[in-house]
Ligand binder design. Structure first.
Ligand code: UD1
Length: 428
């Protein structure tokens, strides 16, 4: 088993280049299966979620491979299977997009209930309601979601709750349906816009992505092409928070500052200095962090995927901060790990109360999911002494070259096999 060993206390300083957005890439990779043609996707992050999808495509009879750094070639022309069993899809939430892509292309899909990070119930009722509205019959049996349609016909779909996954799945399934589909109360995350732009570049007719109402006029066929993934909003936010947490001074490059508005605003409220440029942001930390209340919301609100990192930063802000998780019902599991490091945080349902201002101390801890893992890395950077972080498989799902990027900024972080000589010993 591998672990990170971090010696805390170093200020992060310098420049970091943000990779392509993981949550966008995983949707685009699956969307490429809608075409019987070749798609080249650039700026794809080399993270384990990407490799899991490459395997899935190859097992389904398609061809997917990296042909250069960040350049993924996907040839869906030979795809010959509409069934994605449990072993294939259970590792990754984005495999749920196979439902929309296979249904859109073949009018049928049999996909095991998707997996992914565990932060409470992760239903797919909205996805299935959307497919049903388009004329598909959906049944869940023997662990598989069985979806088929004689024909897909455009429909008006109102989403009871804003869902990123369901919005993307409905776009995929309806891109080649007959007539027009209108999604109301659609998700507005940057990767929704990226998926719509990608599909449009392949010949789709989608308008309104990024607003509450998305209109999809079905087209007969989509074609292959080239597309570049947007920068990762969550990776960028993670580095912004890490810079603030270490009282550092970091220029975060290759980003879209607009996507980071909610994070910049919250950090400024806490006393962190933010300077925005065209495609970069400079973050300068302070030793006098102010407390703040944070509520996660669908975009453009504060992203739930930065909640653990932000809560970790708040442990250094004097006073009582309140963090409310409005998207997931159980996303504070990692707090137990922060408590091992001396954080004073109490959790009641979807609310966490952080008594900040004390110093964290290094300790062995375990990632409980992808973003919680990133939060623990930030905690390790802030803490006195040595922190060991286990369960790196979660962090590897979504952060490209995480420790290399942090090391280049001055962090003392190494990846070790458990049992290898500890960093603390090396330092001493
Ligand atoms: C995506 C992101 C994930 C992020 C989340 C919210 C990817 C690969 N993952 O997940 O990192 O945390 O958005 O920004 O992009 N819901 C239902 N019924 C459904 C679907 C969802 O009730 O059919 C509820 C969920 O329980 C949750 C909320 O809607 O409370 C948001 O879920 P959703 O936006 O669908 O999350 P994902 O697409 O799975």
């Amino acid at each position: 088993m591998e672990k990170y060993v971090i010696l805390g206390g170093a200020k992060l300083e310098g420049e970091v280049e943000i990779s392509g957005a993981k949550n966008s890439a995983v949707a685009l990779i699956v969307a490429a299966l809608l075409v019987e043609d070749v798609c080249i996707i650039e700026n794809v992050p080399a993270v384990s979620d990407t490799y899991v999808l490459i395997d899935i495509i190859n097992q389904l009879g398609g061809k997917a491979e990296f042909v250069d750094k960040g350049v993924l070639r996907i040839d869906g022309s030979s795809l010959n299977c509409c069934e994605a069993p449990y072993e294939m899809v259970s590792k990754i939430r984005a495999s749920s997009y196979l439902m929309g892509a296979l249904l859109g292309r073949f009018k049928q899909a049999r996909v095991a209930m998707p997996g992914g990070c565990d932060f409470g119930v992760r239903p797919i009722d909205l996805h299935l309601k959307g497919f049903a509205a388009l004329g598909a019959e959906c049944n869940v049996e023997y662990g598989l979601v069985d979806i088929k349609a004689e024909a897909l016909r455009g429909a008006g779909i109102y989403m009871d709750q804003v869902s990123v996954g369901a919005t993307i799945n409905i776009m995929l399934a309806s891109a080649m349906a007959e007539g027009q589909t209108v999604i109301e109360n659609a998700a507005k995350e940057p990767h929704i816009v990226d998926v719509a732009n990608f599909l449009n570049s392949m010949g789709a007719n989608i308008k309104g992505a990024g607003t509450d109402v998305i209109k999809i006029k079905g087209v007969e066929k989509l074609h292959g092409g080239m597309y570049t993934v947007i920068p990762d909003q969550i990776e960028a936010g993670t580095f912004m928070i890490a810079a603030a947490a270490t009282q550092g001074d970091v220029l975060i490059k290759n980003i879209i500052p607009k996507h980071l508005d909610s994070i910049s605003a919250k950090l400024e409220e806490m006393g962190v200095e933010i300077e925005e440029y065209d495609d970069s942001i400079r973050v300068r930390g302070t030793s006098e962090l102010r407390k703040a209340n944070v509520k996660t919301m669908p975009h453009p609100g504060f992203p739930t995927d930065l909640q653990p990192q932000m809560l970790t930063l708040l442990t250094a802000a004097k006073g009582t901060s309140i963090v409310t998780e409005n998207v997931w019902d159980n996303r504070f599991k990692y707090v137990e790990e922060l408590r091992r490091m001396g954080a004073t945080v109490s959790v009641d349902g979807r609310t966490a109360v952080v008594e900040g201002g004390g110093r964290l101390s290094g300790s062995p801890v375990s990632s409980t999911d992808l973003r919680a893992g990133a939060a623990l890395v930030i905690a390790g950077l802030m803490a006195d002494g040595v922190t060991e972080i286990y369960n790196l498989k979660y962090i590897d799902r979504g952060y490209e070259s995480f420790e290399q990027k942090l090391r280049a900024l001055g962090a003392q972080i190494t990846r070790r096999k458990d049992g290898e000589k500890s960093y603390a010993v090396t330092i001493a």
